[in-house]
Design a protein around this ligand. Structure first.
Ligand SMILES: [Zn+2]
Length: 162
């Protein structure tokens, strides 16, 4: 059965880590950040990078916005992203939910269509998790690892255009 996924391999191409495939890491991160406001600051980059590394788990109509927001994050930094996100929440409270506000990210490149990357140089199932925590060596170290995953995600998608 050549088409069946390899045991211990994630659909992004990564080899599973001690917790399992990326989905296992992703859900563990979402659970831990719920109880840790400082860790939760990286929530948006985590969601965007995870869905762009596993596009079959996302919604096709949001992947383009998520790709642009990830570019915004790598370009402008976390504080700028959080300011935009706060504005976004206020906006969604005033109107019916209509997905992402594209105004802040309109100048960034759209998601390449047609193909999806098969390799990322940094993935979720490589994240160190010690004693059940992703931030045991500090939030800044965790943030740097999320930024590396974000950069790797953009690189892989951009390489499809080359
Ligand atoms: Zn994966």
């Amino acid at each position: 059965m050549p088409d069946s996924p390899l045991i211990g391999q994630c659909d992004c191409g990564a080899t599973a880590g001690p917790l399992g495939v990326c989905a296992d890491y992703y859900h563990a991160i979402l659970a831990e950040e719920q109880a840790d406001p400082e860790m939760y600051r990286w929530h948006a980059p985590v969601v965007c990078a995870y869905l762009l590394q596993h596009p079959s788990r996302g919604h096709e109509k949001y992947l383009d916005s998520q790709f642009r927001y990830l570019q915004f994050y790598v370009d402008k930094g976390l504080d700028a992203l959080l300011r935009v996100a706060a504005h976004q929440v206020a906006r969604n409270n005033h109107r019916a939910r209509s997905g992402y506000d594209m105004t802040p990210v309109a100048t960034y490149a759209p998601l390449p269509l047609g193909r999806t990357p098969r390799y990322f140089r940094a993935t979720f199932c490589e994240l160190p998790c010690s004693d059940g925590s992703f931030v045991s060596d500090g939030h800044l170290a965790y943030g740097r690892r999320i930024e590396t995953i974000a950069e790797a995600t953009l690189e892989a998608w951009r390489s499809l255009q080359a």
